[in-house]
Design a protein around this ligand. Structure first.
Ligand code: DGL
Length: 266
């Protein structure tokens, strides 16, 4: 048993879609969440920049004595997880598009991964496709502009609808019947995605898979918690804005939200 917190981070509020799934499965765990809103979006960053940002965040989380890290960000995972596992000596769980699931459920053998541009063009995603989706067409859709709008908290806007239409409607014509939401900001847009393409496509995100994987890693390392402690939330951006987004996305509740200064040279 180990009641130290789990460190979890994303470029912003997207990782909260992963956090809420882990909390459902592991209610006794405590968390320290970092939203790197000063540097959001990660989707246009280089691998080197992503290494620097994730290293700085994990160093901070280790200084808070976390027992494991969850990277609640596809972009950071696909670019940096191998680098981070070599650099830091604690269990690190990543978030990647659920390739295997969409490959299993497609009937038309046409699928899509909807992610940030950085994830879409990563060699890691190509490897995942080669490993799990042999013989299946996978359209890699690198969306832009959505993370910032989710960060604003206005997840029902006309702007979001327009962007989703641009990226997703062409997939209908291509007979795609399974789509992976490969950015942790996107599950907050699930209702709009369903309204657009839900009649012909199954929509899957990674939250469930990451929470199950986290449980396995905690069990294997004998570090499951048996007593819930307090959760802490940090943002490298604006504290009040983040606190508001937290209430909007996870439900209204009193939470400890602090500002974090990250020392990085991009
Ligand atoms: N939420 C992140 C992901 O899963 C990154 C979004 C961004 O900052 O571009 O990729």
């Amino acid at each position: 048993m180990n009641n130290q917190p789990i460190g979890i981070y994303d470029s912003g509020v997207g990782g909260l879609s992963v956090l809420r799934e882990i909390k459902k499965l592991l209610p006794k765990e405590s968390f320290i969440y970092v939203a790197d809103q000063k540097y959001v979006p990660y989707g246009g960053k280089t691998t080197k920049e992503l290494h620097k940002l994730s290293s700085a965040i994990i160093s901070f989380l280790i200084s808070k004595e976390v027992k494991a890290i969850v990277i609640a960000c596809n972009t950071s995972t696909v670019h940096s997880i191998s680098y981070l596992r070599k650099k830091f000596n604690l269990p690190i769980i990543g978030t990647v598009p659920v390739m295997k699931t969409i490959a299993n459920i497609t009937k038309t053998k046409k699928t899509a991964v909807f992610s940030t541009p950085a994830t879409a063009k990563s060699p890691y995603l190509t490897k995942l496709i080669n490993k799990f989706a042999k013989g299946i067409t996978v359209y890699k859709i690198g969306g832009t502009g959505l993370e910032e709008l989710v960060e604003e908290g206005n997840i029902r806007s006309v702007k979001i609808k327009k962007i989703l239409e641009k990226f997703l409607l062409p997939l209908k014509a291509k007979q795609v019947d399974a789509i992976a939401l490969g950015c942790t900001h996107y599950p907050f847009l699930r209702n709009q995605v369903e309204e657009l393409v839900g009649d012909t496509m199954q929509i899957v995100d990674s939250g469930g898979a990451v929470s199950r994987r986290t449980r396995v890693i905690l069990i294997n390392n004998k570090i499951l918690a048996n007593k819930k402690g307090k959760d802490y939330y940090y943002t490298t951006g604006d504290r009040a804005k983040f606190a508001k987004a937290l209430n909007n996305l996870l439900g209204k509740k009193k939470r400890s939200v602090d500002h974090l200064i990250l020392k990085v040279n991009l």
